[in-house]
Design a protein around this ligand. Structure first.
Ligand SMILES: *[C@@H]1O[C@H](CO)[C@@H](O)[C@H](O)[C@H]1NC(C)=O
Ligand SMILES: *[C@@H]1O[C@H](CO)[C@@H](O)[C@H](O)[C@H]1NC(C)=O
Ligand SMILES: *[C@@H]1O[C@H](CO)[C@@H](O)[C@H](O)[C@H]1NC(C)=O
Ligand SMILES: *[C@@H]1O[C@H](CO)[C@@H](O)[C@H](O)[C@H]1NC(C)=O
Length: 408
């Protein structure tokens, strides 16, 4: 795997050319972790349900006329891998030989209303003089790169200096005085790897459930928009701490350590996140939660031949969210509501980007085996999203809420 020439200045985690070797190695590591955050799955039979339930038909039969759906969009895509240099290697599906392009030509049509297509000029006008930060895992990065590509029809950003690109990457839109940033924090709370020398993919993480990750929180005061996401990394092996004491673990296989479910860990982590935001005196931004991005392994687990080969979106009567993902999604919505109520008391605004149902229908939008060169042995990626692709719709959702808020 080789970083594309010129790509180091736009891809988060990139580095100056003098350390290309380090970049290559760290990219592989980060990609391995970030594509396969739930490496320990196979040890747990309950994960099977996650893979299988994808195709279960939903219990109620909705009438086709009254459901949200993906509608054909013959004008799409609005950028390509040739016009936008921000696409991460592993989401550049056309480069790696994906033969079909129909997956790019859909737009989200919510029932009962229109979701306008992304208008880059309108976005940049609303964002003029402002700043926006994305916090999360490699799917947050996927989202930022989609946004940069959608905006590239109007302006391409300049890289801003950041001391450690493993954690933060910044760009400036000079004409609009708009700053965009991404903070890498897959667990959102404070974490370190319990065995830092172990192979990245088998890493067990220590999660300090009641301590926030200051790599991002310490910087939020300067941002007008803060877009939080995450979830997948809570499927991994985790050792939970509270008040600096080990309280339990999930898939850690340590003796005499009580089991705490990843769901409980996730809920506590989100509470810590929102309470840290709400008690941040000088923060005035609008906080968004972008809900869980569904993955779609079919015919097996991610490490056991599972793939995602569909070429068209599902209709909503054809699929449901897996049980474990549903759980994380419900926790997101519940904790979001509490955070919003708390935030309101001190005048902070919250917005939910509830994109899970829409993306659930897009099994066709993942790289699958087209996220890497054909001669490289790699697992199928049914977690991230090809660009251009379905996550471009996340920016449609985002811009609509920005328009609404600008009229307030
Ligand atoms: C789902 O709805 C579509 C119409 O939107 C219909 O053609 C199809 O037969 C339905 N599939 C199932 C499994 O009910
Ligand atoms: C873009 O995709 C095409 C195939 O559609 C591929 O030949 C080309 O190398 C890719 N370009 C870049 C810059 O990734
Ligand atoms: C750019 O925006 C910042 C606020 O984010 C503001 O303080 C600054 O004055 C603006 N600069 C110009 C040149 O408009
Ligand atoms: C992780 O962080 C905690 C708290 O700062 C520290 O006590 C511990 O030694 C760290 N563990 C590793 C493996 O670095």
């Amino acid at each position: 795997m080789k970083a594309r020439a010129g790509a180091h200045d736009i891809i988060p985690f990139g580095k100056p050319p003098s350390v290309v070797l380090v970049v290559t190695i760290s990219l592989i590591l980060i990609t391995v972790i970030s594509i396969y955050p739930h490496f320990e799955y196979h040890r747990q039979p309950d994960y099977l349900e996650f893979a299988i339930s994808i195709r279960d038909p939903p219990p109620s039969s909705s009438t086709p006329a009254s459901i949200s759906r993906w509608a054909p969009d013959h004008s799409a895509p609005y950028y390509t891998n040739e016009t936008c240099m921000a696409i991460h290697e592993h989401q550049n599906c056309m480069k790696y030989g994906r033969p079909d392009s129909g997956f790019m030509k859909w737009r989200w049509k919510p029932f009962g209303c229109e979701l306008p297509l992304f208008d880059p000029t309108r976005f940049l006008e609303l964002a003029r003089g402002k700043s926006m930060a994305f916090v999360g895992d490699s799917l947050a990065r996927n989202q930022v790169q989609s946004l940069i590509c959608l905006l590239s029809r109007v302006e391409y950003p300049k890289d801003a200096y950041t001391p450690d690109e493993r954690f933060v990457k910044r760009w400036n839109y000079v004409t609009y005085n708009f700053t965009l940033a991404t903070f890498t924090s897959p667990h959102l709370v404070k974490t370190n790897q319990s065995d830092p020398d172990g192979p990245a993919h088998s890493g067990i993480f220590n999660l300090y459930l009641d301590e926030i990750d200051d790599h991002w929180l310490a910087h939020i005061d300067e941002f007008d928009y803060l877009i939080i996401s995450g979830g997948h990394w809570f499927f991994g092996s985790l050792i939970f701490y509270e008040k600096q004491q080990r309280v339990g673990c999930h898939f850690c296989m340590l003796e005499n350590v009580p089991y705490i479910s990843n769901f409980e860990g996730f809920r506590k982590a989100l509470r810590t996140v929102f309470s840290a935001i709400n008690s941040r005196k000088n923060y005035r931004g609008i906080t968004y939660l972008r809900t869980l991005s569904p993955s779609h392994f079919e015919g097996g687990l991610w490490n056991d031949g599972g793939d995602c080969v569909r070429k068209k979106p599902f209709s909503s009567n054809e699929t449901t969210l897996g049980g474990e993902e549903t759980e994380l999604y419900m926790i997101q919505k519940e904790e979001f509501q509490k955070a919003e109520a708390e935030g309101r008391k001190r005048g902070l605004m919250y917005r939910l980007l509830d994109t899970t149902q829409a993306l659930l229908l897009r099994m066709d939008g993942h790289p699958n085996k087209y996220g890497h060169p054909p001669n490289e042995k790699w697992f199928n990626d049914c977690v991230h999203w090809c660009l251009p692709g379905p996550v471009d719709a996340w920016s449609d959702f985002l811009l609509e809420t920005m328009k609404t808020d600008s009229r307030r």
